[in-house]
Ligand binder design. Structure first.
Ligand SMILES: NC(=O)c1ccc[n+]([C@@H]2O[C@H](COP(=O)([O-])OP(=O)(O)OC[C@H]3O[C@@H](n4cnc5c(N)ncnc54)[C@H](O)[C@@H]3O)[C@@H](O)[C@H]2O)c1
Length: 343
């Protein structure tokens, strides 16, 4: 085995704790060098656990001898930290949503090219077994041409997940830029684009703050999406599905439907017009609750892209196009009209 990839994790909250840190530690090609957080004690906690250094800023992390970073901070800092990391010659795995505007996303992609480094975005839904199986079935033509779809990502809110709780950045527009649409909606925008293999070109949406007593970001969104081929569907993102989670997608084609995450025993269920039913158990949806127990595959894919000098499974451009869908939804909600997606 060659030299290990030396990594710093920037932002030492929940996604760093439950996904990035354990998955780096489990990868034999990685040495975790440092954790950074603006609250030093959070970085220290992970540094102690993984035998790494703790620093109190991304700038300090970038000065260390590291090859690659994970950006696990609030959304508003994704682009500035990523740009600094490329300037310092590091590879970047950036959490979603990758940026707060199309301009920022394009700058990140440009900076990665200039630095000749990997830029991957943490859209882990694509890597889940049930979604990989569904894409395979759709590509094989099992349900024929896709006509409609519906996808939903909803839970009781990030206050029980975030290290900052109910008073944290998730509810603060300055740091989060959006609420449910950045936390959940962008995941499903990415999933649908990838599953049906085409771009979303037009949207209409309600993106609203109607439930949470705290904060100034959207806590519910219901969106209509139109794909390039004319297929239409809905995307729902909510922080007020009490007490439980809805993380399901159904794709309806001319010859039948594929149901994802709707059956407790089979993560993929195919119902065909012919009457035939197919059932697959190909791994449950990875949720925040199960985050520590199952590997997302995100970290291994990132490290593999660095080691093999190949494109990661979710490139900056893919992250930008998924972000563009939610930016169009925000525009639609603001202007109370249909909005084109900037692809
Ligand atoms: N891919 C996924 O499924 C998934 C799941 C959850 C969160 N996320 C994303 O991960 C990111 C972090 O979310 P989280 O759930 O870990 O939040 P969190 O609130 O648990 O942790 C965020 C941490 O970032 C630190 N921080 C804030 N600004 C910083 C800065 N400028 N430099 C260094 N550290 C800073 C905070 O002190 C905090 O410890 C978000 O962008 C979120 O959307 C992705």
């Amino acid at each position: 085995m060659g030299k290990k990839i030396r990594v710093a994790v920037i932002g030492s909250g929940s996604i760093a704790t439950f996904r990035h840190a354990p998955e780096y530690a489990a990868n034999p090609n990685v040495e975790i060098v440092a954790f950074a957080d603006r609250v030093l004690s959070r970085a220290e906690k992970l540094a102690d656990k993984y035998g790494a250094k703790a620093v109190d800023s991304h700038a300090a992390a970038l000065k260390l001898d590291v090859d690659a970073v994970s950006v696990c901070t609030p959304n508003a800092f994704h682009a500035p930290i990523t740009l600094d990391a490329f300037k310092a010659g590091k590879h970047v795995l950036c959490e979603k949503p990758m940026a707060t505007s199309d301009k920022e996303a394009r700058e990140m992609i440009k900076a990665a090219k200039k630095a000749d480094k990997v830029l991957m975005i943490g859209h882990n839904q694509r890597l889940m077994g049930l979604h990989v199986k569904a894409k395979e079935l759709i590509q094989a033509g099992v349900i024929g041409k896709v006509v409609t779809f519906r996808t939903s990502f909803a839970h009781p809110g990030p206050e029980s997940w975030s290290i900052e709780g109910a008073t944290g950045w998730f509810f603060d527009k300055k740091q989060a830029f959006v609420g449910t649409m950045g936390d959940l909606g962008v995941h499903k925008a990415d999933l649908v684009r990838w599953l049906i293999g085409e771009e979303i070109v037009e949207v209409a949406a309600f993106v609203e703050h109607i439930n949470k007593p705290m904060g100034d970001v959207d806590d519910n969104a219901v969106c209509l999406l139109r794909a390039k081929s004319g297929a239409i569907g809905t995307l729902t993102a909510s922080w007020s599905h009490y007490p439980g989670e809805d993380n399901t997608t159904i794709i309806y084609g001319e010859k039948g439907q594929i149901r994802l995450g709707t059956d407790p025993n089979y993560s993929v269920v195919v119902h065909l017009l012919s009457g035939e039913k197919q059932f697959y158990s190909v791994g449950a949806i990875q949720t925040n609750d199960s985050g520590g127990q199952t590997s997302s595959g995100v970290i291994d894919a990132y490290i593999n892209a660095i080691l093999t000098n190949t494109e990661p499974p979710v490139t900056g451009e893919e992250g930008r196009r998924s972000l563009a869908v939610i930016l169009a939804c925000l525009k639609s909600a603001e202007t109370k009209s249909f909005a084109k997606v900037d692809i």
